[in-house]
Design a protein around this ligand. Structure first.
Ligand code: FES
Ligand code: FES
Length: 153
């Protein structure tokens, strides 16, 4: 066991864990953050995505001891009770079906827009590739990203 310091959604946390424990388990089980989901557990679906230092990271295959810097989860997007523009766009476009993948869709989209605030359709497709949705919400995900980016949809 090791003592590991994490900074999540602007708050400092100290956890005492096996350093190889996936970050997803710490976020969900120790810190009570249920936004990131366990899907495949293999880094292949994106349901567990969080943002670490501005990059989308698959937390199910990320050892907690390897994480340095600020972690943002879905819970960290809304500030002072105000929805993030992506969250509002998700509502406006009625994106989710079952909802299981949607954490990964929104967090991957956030990392994309933070790097490229005005992506083309092709850049959105490339940026979101590999974030899987069994309910095939891909077109509405794309529309919501365009809406959040201020583009006509
Ligand atoms: S649960 Fe992490 S990529 Fe599928
Ligand atoms: S909304 Fe059901 S898996 Fe994407």
């Amino acid at each position: 066991m090791s003592t590991i310091n994490l900074r999540v959604n602007g708050r400092a946390h100290t956890v005492d864990v096996d350093p190889s424990t996936p970050l997803l388990y710490i976020l969900r089980n120790d810190l009570g953050l249920q936004g990131p989901r366990f899907g495949c557990g293999l880094g292949q679906c994106g349901a567990c995505t969080v943002i670490v230092n501005g990059a989308a990271v698959r937390s199910c295959i990320t050892p907690t001891s390897s994480v340095k810097g600020e972690i943002t989860t879905l819970e960290g997007l809304s500030q002072e009770g105000k929805l993030h523009p992506l969250q509002q766009a998700w509502i406006d476009e009625q994106v989710p079906q079952c909802g299981f993948c949607q954490n990964g869709q929104i967090m991957t989209a956030k990392a994309l827009l933070d790097k490229n605030p005005h992506p083309t359709d092709e850049q959105i497709r490339q940026g979101m590739a590999g974030t899987l949705c069994r309910c095939m919400t891909y077109y509405r995900v794309q529309a919501a990203i365009k809406r959040a980016a201020g583009r006509n949809v």
